[in-house]
Design a protein around this ligand. Structure first.
Ligand SMILES: Cc1cc2nc3c(=O)[nH]c(=O)nc-3n(C[C@H](O)[C@H](O)[C@H](O)COP(=O)(O)OP(=O)(O)OC[C@H]3O[C@@H](n4cnc5c(N)ncnc54)[C@H](O)[C@@H]3O)c2cc1C
Length: 648
């Protein structure tokens, strides 16, 4: 337990971060040049951190899987980024953003971290505007805002449906400047395979050059992981195909605790699954819920006719439609948070009111908004999303409602970090979606970009410096230490083992099976019985993988099947920990819904007395053994209540 010191600074909530910065240790410019930092990941969190650390004067090496930092998964983010600027003058404030985020996360996040996030949110917008990020503007030239779920104000800054892309281009330009200056060295097409520990601290990494297949050793005074989320455990998700949980899992196996692994986000507005051969799901941004209304037929017989293709949604009269979010949550309506909206969709579909040929879809309808505002306005706001929908589904969403269904989207869980974003391994920091983050049991829309950039531009450059200040007398690390040799050897053995199995099952076929187990038993609705079943089935599947997987090709040169197999080996362990964590948490909160713990009208029932903690799992060796530690959550500045989105 002693290991779990969250290092929350003392003092009033609003002063904690200012005080931290005032008293932290700094490294003078001449000494910064003597210090090496490794950053894994070039998404918004890693790209922003590497650029900022380079600008401060540290020697930075940054690594990514893609052929360019610009292709990190962050580029996919569509809808927007939150900040408490209160430009629309609709009552927003730093406190309100903090409050909404803690409430949205169902009171399972750390107050001090969330307050800091809300506090620096405004700096992010200034920073990005200075970089030239083309945020949408109103007619008068001021930055425009739209609304996202779980808030009664409009605080989301956006660049059409390409906010992540534009923000990433901003971070990339800052990074490129440092690469050009020589303070940052970029390594693309590299996959981190393990962390190298020297005397109990993170001192380097082993990476695989995925083009040549060669292993490389890199040393540094500190390592930052900004490697994104692990949603692809579920096989089908809205994440990029290269998103994976391996870097975090490797760190876990070296001693970093894994926090709240069962907290995953299921996004309500994705294009429904359409077949067995699909390998990816597509998100329709939450921003669409600003103007789109969600409904299903109010009569089962209408839903059935729609499923059979005998009736079209446009033929259903207004009074025969059930706008179930507006009905159940009048105050927030179609902008109810994601966990609640997803469960409400599932409830309607399970009750027989779902549409589409599978019955696993609901409508997102823009007819009202088009009548009220005109097609041009809707096109200007969401044109690229509508085009994307039409390309995939072959239906025109200006004329007929979109069909959507919940899908795996984001992982609130991740490596446990303290207030400084340092893991339980000294010298190993974690930023962005890879850490267990500020979102508790459910993330509000447009808050991931905010957190990634907050970590990268405004938190890590300070907190890592605080750690590095006592490293100035430690000379540059060399990779000829025995620890590097040993770790590289272990990585090589793992790769050789995978290639030697030469079984009959493809990597994808096993991953699909894992995905189904996860979706059915560790997905939107969980029960004790099903979680136990999931653990059993995952253990069996893991055995099958190590006995019968077929990884063609060799370790030399490019081998995408090998890359996938390496990641799947980790998912087969992480999936089990997720189920174990869900089984351990005998309550419903946010995205973690245990059917045994719900109110009469199907809302999540938290148990604050016994479960107001962050679960932090320590690897305990062997075949996925683990030990649970608990970080108690204290709420001093917010009153803990049952979440309510029915009234304001
Ligand atoms: C479709 C979609 C839309 C979204 N829209 C929004 C939105 O509108 N607003 C919002 O706030 N959030 C949104 N999100 C969530 C948000 O995009 C992500 O949470 C966020 O971008 C994650 O950023 P990151 O920097 O933490 O990681 P990522 O962007 O995932 O970057 C991870 C980086 O790590 C590298 N990496 C990973 N593993 C390794 C390894 N082993 N070795 C070397 N490198 C590695 C990758 O190459 C990459 O460079 C959306 C998510 C999706 C899926």
């Amino acid at each position: 337990m002693a290991k779990l010191d969250s290092k929350i600074p003392k003092g009033p909530l609003a002063d904690k971060w200012t005080n931290y910065k005032a008293y932290q240790n700094l490294v003078n410019p001449a000494n910064k040049r003597k210090i090496d930092v490794i950053v894994i990941g070039t998404g918004l969190a890693g790209g922003a951190a590497a650029a900022s650390l380079g600008e401060l004067g540290f020697n930075v090496k940054v690594f990514c899987i893609q052929d360019s930092p610009r292709r990190a998964h962050s580029i996919a983010a569509q809808g927007g980024i939150n900040a408490a600027k209160n430009y629309p003058n609709d009552g927003d404030s730093v406190y309100r953003l903090f409050y909404d985020t803690v409430k949205g996360g169902d009171y399972r996040s750390r107050e001090a971290n969330v307050y800091r996030l809300a506090e620096v949110s405004n700096n992010i917008i200034d920073q990005c505007v200075a970089q030239g990020v083309p945020f949408a503007r109103e007619y008068g030239g001021l930055l425009d805002n739209r609304s996202f779920g779980g808030a009664l104000v409009s605080r989301t800054f956006y660049a059409r449906g390409q906010t992540g892309q534009q923000l990433l281009l901003g971070a990339y330009s800052a990074l490129s400047k440092e690469i050009n200056k020589g303070s940052v060295k970029l390594y693309t097409r590299r996959e981190m395979m393990d962390i190298v520990m020297v005397d109990g601290r993170a001192r380097g990494v082993i990476v695989r050059n995925i083009v040549s297949g060669k292993l490389e050793k890199h040393a540094a005074h500190a390592v930052l992981l900004a490697t994104g989320g692990y949603g692809n455990v579920f096989f089908l998700s809205t994440n990029a195909m290269n998103s994976n949980g391996s870097a975090a899992w490797r760190a876990y196996k070296r001693g970093a605790f894994f926090a709240n692994p069962c907290f995953v986000q299921i996004h309500p507005t994705c294009i429904p699954v359409h077949g067995d051969f699909q390998s990816k799901l597509t998100l329709m941004s939450e921003s669409l819920r600003n103007d789109g209304r969600i409904w299903v037929p109010a009569k089962k017989e209408d839903a059935e006719k729609i499923r059979k293709g005998e009736l079209k949604p446009t033929q259903i009269a207004e009074e025969d439609r059930d706008y179930y979010l507006e009905r159940r949550y009048p105050a927030f309506g179609n902008l109810a948070p994601r966990d609640i909206s997803s469960r409400a969709a599932k409830e309607r579909c399970d009750a027989g009111f779902g549409v589409g040929n599978t019955g696993l879809a609901v409508y997102l309808d823009f007819a009202d908004a088009i009548n009220r505002l005109g097609k041009n306005v809707i096109e200007a706001r969401y044109g690229n999303l509508f085009q994307m929908y039409e390309k995939i589904v072959d239906e025109n969403p200006y004329e007929t409602p979109m069909m959507i269904y919940p899908a795996i989207h984001y992982t609130m869980g991740g490596l446990w970090v303290d207030y400084e974003l340092q893991s339980t391994i000294p010298g190993l920091f974690v930023g962005g979606e890879a850490n267990f983050s500020d979102h508790g049991a459910n993330r509000l829309g447009a808050s991931a970009l905010m957190q990634g950039l907050s970590d990268g531009y405004f938190v890590l450059p300070y907190t890592m410096q605080n750690y590095l200040a006592d490293q100035i007398n430690v000379p540059h690390f060399k990779t000829d230490l025995p620890e590097f040799e040993q770790t590289e050897k272990e990585v090589q053995e793992r790769i050789d083992k995978l290639l030697s199995i030469k079984g009959e099952k493809t990597v994808d076929s096993i991953h699909k099976k894992l995905g189904l187990i996860m979706w059915d038993f560790v997905g939107m609705a969980r029960t004790k019985e099903n979680l136990e079943k999931a653990i059993k089935e995952i253990i069996e599947l893991r055995k099958e993988f190590w006995k019968n997987v077929k990884v063609p090709g060799s370790k030399d040169g490019m081998n995408t099947e090998l890359e996938k197999a390496i990641r799947l080996a980790d998912y087969l362990e992480l999936g089990e920990l997720m189920a174990k964590d869900a089984l351990e948490r005998n309550e419903s909160c946010g995205g973690h819904f245990r059917e045994e713990f719900q109110t009469e009208d199907g809302e999540a029932m938290r148990n604050d007395k016994d479960y107001s903690f962050v679960s932090a799992w320590e690897y305990a060796g062997g075949d996925n053994k683990s030990k649970l530690h608990k970080e108690a959550l204290k709420f001093e500045f917010i009153e803990v209540k049952t979440r309510n989105y029915k009234t304001a």
